[in-house]
Design a protein around this ligand. Structure first.
Ligand code: SF4
Length: 347
């Protein structure tokens, strides 16, 4: 933008213009995006990526997104798939409540004949909160909605040296450029990922440096308010290992609760307690609100009534979440070790 025009704008508008200029030449190429200045991407792809990206990194999501889209290229195809197929494809991405909401949302959208095209309409769908609704409305439908996630909150807090959440929200809303909310949201996501990171922001290469109040103060990392982490309680659980004819017995976890609807080894509830003496392996796993030691014990008893024998040669097709996938691998590779093994967090 010409310098004379830039002078007419206020601080927030100038920052938004500089962000858009930067995004035009530096946008990340991602399979759910359209390049800046081209037609908006398919809302199905935008929605799917936003659901997958909640609590999961772009690096981890990208190959899984490609697999999902190849298997179910449209929301109608996804809506027609069985719960087991979708949960199996989701295995390893963690936060399984997202997968259950994804299934419910796909079926709702397919029944309606398409996604609503406003943030208010999108918010009525299962599992779509304020942020996701605003992001899909802005990116896929060109609505002037303001999608505020932790990245955008951090950048806006630093730009304006703000700590109060309501003030940060108001400042973010005032920045959204009319007709370009989608590029603005994606530009902010890129800036938050590559430059204005939570720790050690790269202010020297930031296109918004001239407009940044926290940089001027010399303490960008003081904004927004830092949260103090509470120590998580620790629990123990048993997983029973039934094996015969090169197959192990698996069950489906109850629909409600952690890892709901996912394939698993049969087992006990997860409670405070102690490690058993006869575990053939122990897996340590971090959930959001507690850590777990899952102790795998060989069972001589009959397996539960409901479940199936999964051939060990086809264990990858069982759709096990990371906790149980790691448990099976640990037993197969060691069978005698008892030291805790860390499984990928929340996966
Ligand atoms: Fe973030 Fe630094 Fe850029 Fe300010 S100058 S927006 S703190 S990277």
């Amino acid at each position: 933008m010409p310098a004379s025009a830039a002078k007419q704008l206020d601080h927030k508008q100038r920052a938004a213009e500089q962000l858009l200029d930067h995004y035009r030449s530096n946008a990340r190429v991602l399979p759910w995006r359209s390049p800046p200045g081209t037609a908006p991407p398919d809302p199905y792809r935008v929605w799917l990526s936003e659901v997958m990206l909640q609590q999961t990194t772009v690096k981890a999501v990208t190959p899984r997104f490609e697999r999902f889209i190849t298997r179910w290229p449209t929301i109608e195809a996804l809506a027609a798939a069985s719960d087991e197929e979708i949960l199996g494809e989701w295995a390893g991405l963690g936060y399984y409540a997202r997968a259950r909401n994804l299934i419910a949302c796909a079926r709702d959208v397919a029944k309606r004949g398409g996604f609503p095209d406003t943030a208010d309409g999108l918010r009525e769908l299962p599992g779509i909160g304020t942020y996701t609704a605003a992001a899909v409305a802005a990116i896929a439908f060109g609505r002037d909605s303001c999608a505020i996630d932790t990245n955008i909150e951090r950048i806006v807090a630093r730009l304006n040296a703000l700590k109060d959440k309501a003030a940060i929200r108001a400042a973010a809303e005032a920045m959204v450029p009319a007709g370009r909310a989608g590029d603005f949201a994606q530009g902010m996501m890129d800036l938050g990922s590559a430059i204005c990171r939570p720790k050690a922001p790269e202010c020297r290469s930031c296109p918004l440096q001239d407009e940044c109040a926290s940089f001027a103060l010399g303490r960008p990392e003081d904004f927004p308010e830092r949260k103090t982490r509470q120590a998580r309680p620790h629990r123990h659980g048993l997983a029973y290992w039934h094996e015969r004819d090169d197959a192990i017995f698996l069950v489906r976890r109850p629909e409600k609760g952690l890892l709901g609807g996912m394939a698993a080894l049969p087992g006990s509830e997860w409670r405070h307690g102690q490690a058993p003496d006869d575990a053939i392996a122990t897996i340590r796993h971090g959930f959001t609100h507690f850590t777990l030691d899952l102790h795998i014990v060989e069972s001589g008893a009959a397996p539960p009534n409901r479940g199936w024998w999964q051939p060990l040669a086809g264990i990858d097709e069982a759709g096990l979440p990371s906790l149980y996938k790691t448990a099976v691998e640990r037993v197969l590779s060691g069978r005698a070790g008892k030291s805790p093994v860390q499984s990928p967090r929340n996966a």
